[in-house]
Design a protein around this ligand. Structure first.
Ligand code: HEC
Ligand code: HEC
Ligand code: HEC
Ligand code: HEC
Ligand code: HEC
Ligand code: HEC
Length: 365
C-alpha cells in the first residue's frame, strides 16, 4: 500500500515537472513555426512573388509546375540534415535560378521555415487515409447495431428511445457512406487525379514525339496497356535530369525511385469492374481502333483525364456502329457465313455486333 502511494506521488511530481515544460516546448515550437508561416506568405523574390504563390496549397485544375507546399513538407528530413541554404544561394539549375532570384534568407528565417514545413507535415488532415477510415466506420456501424441488439436481448438496460436514436444514427452513417460511394462511381468520367509525379503526355508524346507503344507496349500484345516501370523512364532521365518547367524537383523523384528500386505509385484512372472483360490487343491490333477514339487526345494532356464513362452502353454503342474490316483474312477464316453474305450482297457491311459484339459472354465470364 505504502509503495503504491509513494509511486503515485512520484508520478504526480513527474507530471508536474514535465507537463508545463512539454507545453513550453510546444509553445516555443509553434512560435517558431508561426514565424516561418509569416515568411512563407510575405517574403518575395525578384519578380514580386511570395513563396506560397508558387509553393501552393490547393491543387489547381490546370497543372502548376512548381513543387507544392506539401511537396516541400515531404522533404523536411532532408532539410533537417542539410538545411535549405543551397536553394537560396548556390542556385543550381535554370528553373531554380529564375524562381529564387533575389531571395536571401537569414539562418534564423531558414530554420523557422523548416519548422513551419515540419508543422505542415504533421497536419493530421494529410496523414489520414480516408478510404480505410470509411471502411472501418462502415463496418463499425454494423457491429454497433449488432451490439445494440445483443444489449436489448441480454441486458435491456438502455431506455427504448435511446436505443432507437442510436440505431437511426448508425443507419444514417451507413446511408451517407453508401450514397457518397455510389455517386463516386459515376465520377469516373472526367476523372483526372493528381499523380505522384507531374508526368505530362503533352511533353513526352507530342513535344518529344515518343510513341504511345514505347511506354504502353501491352496494347499490341495483350489485355492490359500497362504503365511503364521506372527503368523505362531512366532510359532518358539518366541523362535528362532537369525539366524546362519543373527544374530538378520532379525528375529527381524518378531518379530516387530508380535508386531505391521502388515503383512509382501512379493513380489508376481507367478501371472497369472485375466482372467486365476488355482486351487492348483485340481493339488496337485486330480491330484497328485508335487510342484517341476511347481515350481522347491524351497527347495534348498535361494531366490525363478519362473522357468516356466506360459504361456497358458505351461499349455496345460502338459495337453496333463500327464496321468490321472483312478484307482482313482473320475474319474470312472465322466467319465464313458472314463473308459469304458480304460477297453475295445480302449484307453490305458487317458490324462488330454481328460477330458476337452483343453477346453477354464475350464481356462477362
Ligand atoms: C514516356 C512514356 C509515355 C508515353 C510516350 C505515353 N504514355 Fe501514357 N502513361 C504514361 C505514364 C507514366 C502514365 C501514368 C501517369 C498518368 O496517368 O499520367 C500513363 C497513363 C496513360 C493513361 C491513363 C492510364 C490509367 O491509369 O487509366 C492513358 C489512357 C495513356 N497513358 C495513354 C497514352 C497514349 C494514348 C499515348 C500516346 C499518345 C501515351 N499514353 C504515351 C507514360 C507514357
Ligand atoms: C524517350 C525519352 C524519355 C522517356 C522514356 C521519358 N522521358 Fe521524361 N522527359 C524527356 C525529355 C527530353 C524531357 C525534357 C522536356 C523539357 O524539359 O521540355 C522530359 C521531361 C520530364 C519531366 C519534366 C518536365 C518539365 O518540363 O519540367 C518529368 C517530370 C518527366 N520527364 C518524367 C518522366 C517519367 C515519369 C518517365 C517514365 C514514365 C519519363 N519521363 C520518360 C524524355 C523522356
Ligand atoms: C516563382 C516561384 C517560386 C517562388 C516565389 C519560390 N519558389 Fe521555391 N522553388 C520553386 C521551384 C520551381 C523550385 C524547384 C526548382 C528545382 O528543383 O530545380 C523551388 C524549390 C524550392 C526548395 C527546394 C525544394 C527541394 O527540396 O528540392 C525550397 C526549400 C523552396 N523552394 C522554398 C521556397 C521558399 C521558402 C520561398 C520563399 C522565400 C520560395 N521557395 C519561393 C519556385 C518558387
Ligand atoms: C476500344 C477502346 C479503347 C482503345 C482503342 C484503347 N483503350 Fe486503353 N483502355 C480502354 C479501357 C476500357 C480501359 C480500362 C481497362 C480495364 O480497366 O480493364 C483502358 C485502359 C488503358 C490504360 C490503363 C492501364 C491498363 O493497363 O489498362 C492505358 C495506359 C491505356 N488504356 C492506354 C491505351 C493506349 C496507349 C491505346 C492505343 C494504343 C489504347 N489504350 C486504346 C479502352 C481503350
Ligand atoms: C470505339 C469502338 C469500340 C468501343 C468503344 C468498344 N469496342 Fe469492343 N470492339 C470494337 C471492334 C472494332 C471490335 C472488333 C475487333 C475484333 O474483331 O476482335 C471489338 C471487339 C470486342 C470484343 C471481341 C468480340 C468478338 O466477337 O471476338 C470484345 C470482348 C469487346 N470488343 C469488348 C469491349 C468492351 C468490354 C468495351 C467497353 C469497355 C468495348 N469493347 C468498347 C470496337 C469497340
Ligand atoms: C461489349 C461488352 C459488353 C457486353 C456485350 C455486355 N456487357 Fe454488361 N457490362 C459491360 C461493362 C463494361 C460493364 C461495366 C459498366 C460499369 O462500369 O458501370 C457491364 C455491366 C453489366 C452489369 C452491371 C450493371 C451495370 O449496368 O453496371 C450487368 C448486370 C451486365 N453488364 C449484364 C449484361 C448482360 C445480361 C449482357 C448480355 C445481354 C451484357 N451485360 C453484355 C460490358 C458488356
Amino acid at each position: 500500500m505504502a509503495h503504491i502511494r509513494k509511486i503515485s506521488w512520484m508520478l504526480i511530481l513527474l507530471a508536474l515537472l514535465w507537463g508545463p515544460s512539454m507545453g513550453q516546448d510546444k509553445a516555443v515550437d509553434s512560435n517558431v513555426s508561426r514565424a516561418g508561416e509569416k515568411s512563407f506568405q510575405s517574403i518575395v523574390n525578384a519578380d514580386g512573388f511570395t513563396c506560397v504563390e508558387c509553393h501552393y496549397f490547393d491543387e489547381p485544375d490546370s497543372i502548376n509546375w512548381n513543387p507544392s507546399a506539401m511537396d516541400l513538407a515531404g522533404r523536411v528530413p532532408i532539410y533537417n540534415a542539410e538545411g535549405i541554404g543551397v536553394y537560396f544561394s548556390d542556385l543550381k539549375g535554370a528553373v531554380l535560378k529564375k524562381a529564387h532570384a533575389g531571395l536571401s534568407l537569414s539562418a534564423e528565417e531558414q530554420s523557422e521555415l523548416i519548422a513551419y514545413l515540419n508543422h505542415l507535415k504533421a497536419d493530421p488532415y494529410l496523414a489520414s487515409t480516408p478510404t480505410r477510415w470509411r471502411m472501418f466506420l462502415f463496418l463499425g456501424m454494423f457491429l454497433f447495431l449488432i451490439l445494440l441488439r445483443v444489449e436489448k436481448k441480454r441486458m435491456d438496460k438502455l431506455p427504448k428511445v435511446a436505443r432507437r436514436i442510436l440505431g437511426i444514427a448508425a443507419w444514417g452513417v451507413i446511408g451517407v457512406i453508401l450514397v457518397q460511394d455510389a455517386l463516386g462511381f459515376n465520377l469516373s468520367k472526367n476523372y483526372a487525379p493528381v499523380q505522384p509525379i507531374k508526368f505530362s503526355h503533352l511533353i513526352h508524346a507530342t513535344n518529344n514525339k515518343i510513341e504511345c507503344n514505347y511506354c504502353h507496349p501491352g496494347v499490341l500484345k495483350g489485355k492490359n496497356a500497362g504503365i511503364p516501370p521506372v527503368s523505362l523512364c531512366m532510359n532518358c532521365h539518366r541523362h535528362q535530369q532537369e525539366g524546362t518547367r519543373t527544374g530538378k524537383f520532379e525528375i529527381r523523384k524518378v531518379l530516387q525511385a530508380a535508386e531505391d528500386s521502388v515503383a512509382i505509385r501512379w493513380v489508376r484512372i481507367h478501371n472497369l469492374p472485375d466482372f467486365a472483360y476488355f482486351n487492348h490487343m483485340q481493339h488496337v491490333t485486330i480491330g484497328g481502333v485508335e487510342c484517341i477514339t476511347c481515350h481522347g487526345v491524351v497527347e495534348d494532356m498535361h494531366i490525363v483525364e478519362q473522357v468516356e464513362d466506360l459504361s456497358m452502353g458505351w461499349c455496345i454503342k460502338c459495337h453496333d456502329e463500327t464496321k468490321v474490316d472483312f478484307s482482313n483474312n482473320y475474319y474470312k477464316t472465322y466467319y465464313p457465313a458472314l463473308n459469304d453474305s458480304l460477297l453475295t450482297g445480302r449484307m453490305d457491311s458487317i458490324m462488330v455486333s454481328d460477330i458476337n459484339g452483343r453477346e453477354c459472354s464475350i464481356c462477362h465470364y
